[in-house]
Structures are given as structure tokens and as C-alpha cells.
Ligand binder design. Structure first.
Ligand code: COA
Ligand code: ZN
Length: 298
């Protein structure tokens, strides 16, 4: 049987939050709708954070209001605190993805919290999300390295994962926010996290900052991970991480997986078209390989 790998499209959130371009709400909605045409069924469509901290996401409530709910897509809202969770529930998010943080200095700069304070905030927000009956996922950001402190202790990551499991998180992403992970580190951290949070499904969130993102995806899949975050065009990055660059590109992941016999449910040709359309609205080239080279010849 063909193994299915689900890709969570993060372009409309992680992708646009750090791009120099300022898309209008209707351009964001067009991006989302084009992604749906590519077969995307799960997507981060906005984030409910402080508009002062991340001005590019200030219109997320309007984006959610404008979504075509007749489509089968599950629209994920990112939240980092109680106000964000309440705003995401009001916006009728189909899923809330909470952000934990594994690094001290990055945590302070990104969300004003230490790793353990982000765990406390998750515990505080969990009942709200569970009572609303909304699927509840989380990401541990800078799980593989902090842009200011460097090394992140895997024990901190595993401890946050255990706290997420206790709080009722169904799926947890290990986030390589600054693109420092290597395939063997991915395997080691995955094994470590599974020891302490065995009941949580794992998802992976890689950035291609140091060229290892596709190799990291392959390593995670070898470890039995079935869900991968990616962004069309390979756009993205965190505004609070110096020199951050884009997520692993959706079309590059789809090419690698489908050529290797996995099924993603996504249309590679349409993804490449969408990446090219994105270049016209962003006003700059995107970084994905497939948008330049095209798919397998013939
Ligand atoms: N949505 C909108 N506004 C929010 C908010 C939210 N989720 N959370 C807080 N605010 C507002 C408060 O209302 C307050 O506004 P005021 O100054 O007009 O009174 C202000 O932000 C400060 O509130 P406070 O509770 O002290 O938050 P903070 O300053 O400690 O900031 C975060 C915490 C998480 C809201 C902020 O650091 C943030 O938005 N970070 C974004 C990080 C991010 O998105 N990174 C990329 C993805 S991981
Ligand atoms: Zn990211």
C-alpha cells in the first residue's frame, strides 16, 4: 500500500508573516483559494498575535471571515496566548496551533515567555480550546537551536512535549525555526520526544536556511512521521529570528515524496503555477527548486 504523507501548507501564515511584500486581505484569500485548487486540505491561514509584533498578520480575523467554508479545508489559526486563543475561537478557526518555545532568549523576544512559561500558558489556554471542541495542535519552536543562545537541550523539548500531551494536544510539531537541524539530529530528537510523549502524533516544521530541510523531511519520514509543514514557493521565516529564511517548499517536498512512491494528494503542476503566481504578487522571486526546474521531464 502507498504510504500517505500529509502536508500542512503554512504559506499564508509562516510564509507571509516575514515577507517584505504587503498582501491585501483579498490577495491572501486568493492565495488560499489557489492552494485549495492544488489539493491542500490543511493550512495555517493566519495567526492571532499582537498586530504590533507581527503587522503582516494584523488582518487574520478578516482573512478567516473571508474563507470559502464550502471547501473541505481545515484552516489552522496560530496562537501564543489566551487573547490569541479567544480571537481564534471567535474567528471560527477549524484548528488552533499553539506555539511553545524551547529557547530562553528567543522565547523572550518572540513571545515574552521562557520555555516553562510557554508551557504554563499552554496549560492555561488548553481548557478554552478543548471546551470549544476545536482540534488542538502545538509547535515547539526553535526545538533544534536558538538564534541567540545556540544549543537547545533536548530534555527541554521532551519536557514541553510531555506537558503538551498532558494538556490534551493531539499533534505536536518540532519546529526548526532557524533551519539548523540535520537529519541525524531529527532522528535523535524524534526518538527522545516519543519516549516522553508517546501518545502525541508528531509533525515536523523545517526551514531551509542551511540547506538541510529536504534531507530532514526524509529523516523524519524514515522515523515514521506522517505530517510535514511546508510553504508554497518556500517563502517564510520568523520576524524575531535574525537571518531567518523560508520553510521547506511544498512543491519540492511533493516532488521528492511522489517520485519516491509516497502519496500527498497535491497537484505538483498546480503548485508550481501557484508559486509562479506568488512571485507576481510578492514582487520578487521565490526560492523553491521546482518552480525553477519544473517536475520530472517527459
Ligand atoms: N492579539 C492581539 N493583541 C494582543 C494579543 C493577541 N493575541 N496578545 C496581546 N495583545 C496586545 C494586548 O492587548 C496589549 O495591547 P495594548 O498595548 O494596546 O494594551 C499588548 O498586546 C501587550 O499585551 P501583553 O499581554 O503584555 O503581551 P506581550 O507584550 O507580552 O506580547 C505576544 C505577547 C505573544 C502577544 C506578543 O509577543 C506577540 O504577538 N508575539 C508574536 C510572535 C509571533 O507571532 N512570532 C511568529 C510566529 S511563532
Ligand atoms: Zn516557521
Amino acid at each position: 500500500m502507498t504510504r500517505r504523507i500529509d502536508i500542512v501548507e503554512v504559506g499564508p501564515r509562516d510564509g507571509l508573516q516575514n515577507d517584505p511584500a504587503n498582501l491585501t486581505t483579498s490577495q491572501k484569500l486568493e492565495f488560499i483559494s489557489r492552494l485549495e485548487e492544488c489539493g491542500v486540505r490543511r493550512m495555517e491561514s493566519g495567526s492571532f498575535v499582537s498586530p504590533k509584533a507581527v503587522p503582516k498578520m494584523a488582518d487574520s480575523a478578516e482573512v478567516f471571515m473571508g474563507l470559502d467554508r464550502s471547501k473541505p479545508t481545515r484552516h489552522i489559526a496560530l496562537a501564543l496566548n489566551e487573547k490569541g486563543v479567544r480571537r481564534a475561537i471567535d474567528a471560527k478557526a477549524d484548528e488552533i496551533n499553539f506555539v511553545l518555545v524551547a529557547g530562553e532568549t528567543f522565547g523572550k523576544r518572540n513571545q515574552g515567555m521562557s520555555p516553562s512559561e510557554s508551557g504554563d500558558m499552554l496549560a492555561q489556554c488548553a481548557p478554552l480550546i478543548l471546551d470549544a471542541g476545536i482540534p488542538f495542535s502545538a509547535t515547539i519552536s526553535v526545538a533544534f537551536g536558538d538564534p541567540f543562545d545556540g544549543e537547545v537541550d533536548p530534555a527541554v523539548v521532551a519536557n514541553l512535549a510531555a506537558r503538551a500531551q498532558r494538556a490534551g494536544v493531539g499533534e505536536l510539531a518540532l519546529g526548526d525555526t532557524i533551519g539548523v537541524a540535520t537529519p541525524w539530529q531529527v532522528k535523535a530528537l524524534t526518538e527522545r520526544v516519543r519516549l516522553e510523549a508517546p501518545d502525541v502524533f508528531l509533525r515536523m516544521h523545517f526551514h531551509d536556511t542551511r540547506g538541510a530541510a529536504l534531507a530532514n523531511v526524509a529523516a523524519a519520514i524514515d522515523e515514521g512521521v506522517d505530517v510535514i509543514d511546508a510553504s508554497c514557493g518556500g517563502i517564510g521565516g520568523c520576524p524575531f529570528a535574525p537571518a531567518a529564511t523560508g520553510n521547506v517548499a511544498t512543491e519540492d517536498v511533493v516532488y521528492m515524496l511522489e517520485r519516491s512512491g509516497f502519496e500527498t494528494g497535491l497537484d505538483l503542476g498546480k503548485l508550481i503555477e501557484t508559486a509562479k503566481w506568488l512571485e507576481t504578487v510578492l514582487g520578487h522571486p521565490v526560492s523553491s527548486s521546482l518552480s525553477k526546474a519544473g517536475g520530472f521531464p517527459g
